[in-house]
Design a protein around this ligand. Sequence first.
Ligand SMILES: [Zn+2]
Length: 367
Amino acid sequence: MDKAEQAARQSAEINHDTALNAYVSEIACKVAASHCADIRIYVFDRPFFNATMAPNGYAEVWSGLLLRVSSEAELAFVLGHEAGHFLENHSIEAHNAHKARSNVTLALSVGIAVAGAVAATQSPTAQSAQSMIDATGNLIDAIYLANIAAYFRFSRENETEADHLGLKAANAAGYPAEAGADAWKAIIAEAAASDFERKRKREARLGIFDSHPLSRERVEALTSQAKTLSPANDPQGGARHRAAIRPHLSAWLRDDLRRRDFGESLFVIDRLARRGEDLGVVGFYRGEAYRLRRKEGDLARAKAAYQAAAIHPDAPAALWRELGDLHRRDGESAQARLAYDAYLARVPTAEDAWLVQDALSSLNQGT
Ligand SMILES: [Zn+2]
């Protein structure tokens, strides 16, 4: 873990936004209480729901998690859950229990995935590793992945205990007790929306390491625990969380689409849109999800999504280029011209401005 931390400092995927890092660390401190000073949080731009806290205090929080929790309270619960593993030394238990038996197999299966032979295997871990590599565009160290996966492979009992401790800590810090069940329900619902049948059928997982099987029983346990806790209320928690992640929404949604599970991405997009904020950015990526998925009827859905997003001031310029392409494809020359003009007016010096100019002149020649 000391080595992992040294490597992390050099990683191109480290997120250096000081405000975002301060926000995540502040919440981690609230739920880790007296151990606050021992924990060092690193935020990674990686499009998967994942957080870990190692016994040396090295902690990773991935952007896919920050994109998915909908409030400060849900983030506090998830970090409280990880702090629970940390405080109870679960990773040391897991390490000892698995050291002799499963690490070799796991290292091999992850190694195979990294070598790109994933198509030949049905291992969910290997598939996750491959999708992570596809999504990040980087070759992630096989040993690093295998070690982390083995290290954080907790038992069901450990998970239940961490849930319990996480909710207790988050509630003690003043967060509403429903946040625990809400956070896990959303993850279960997202897996059910997956494009991949195998993912829809098996129990939802947290993290790419399959270390956190998420059962309905865990949601029920959190729901009954919530009834015993204080009825805290935090009406601004959703807005504060959105403000912290807003500068990264666009980049993180683009990364999320690189996982190529459009069912899940669309679920995440719908959940983000529910606040009624950032509708230009979020709606643009809804259009992108349909455009890239290209199932029957998806291009029409993409066009509708772009049109709906275009009325919001935060809509990215690229929306008008995509919209122009779709109108042109459908033979709607006048609308295509309007969209291309809107694009060039917004970003006259765009790298692809000449391409759009070209499309415009062929439209004007009626070709
Ligand atoms: Zn856990």
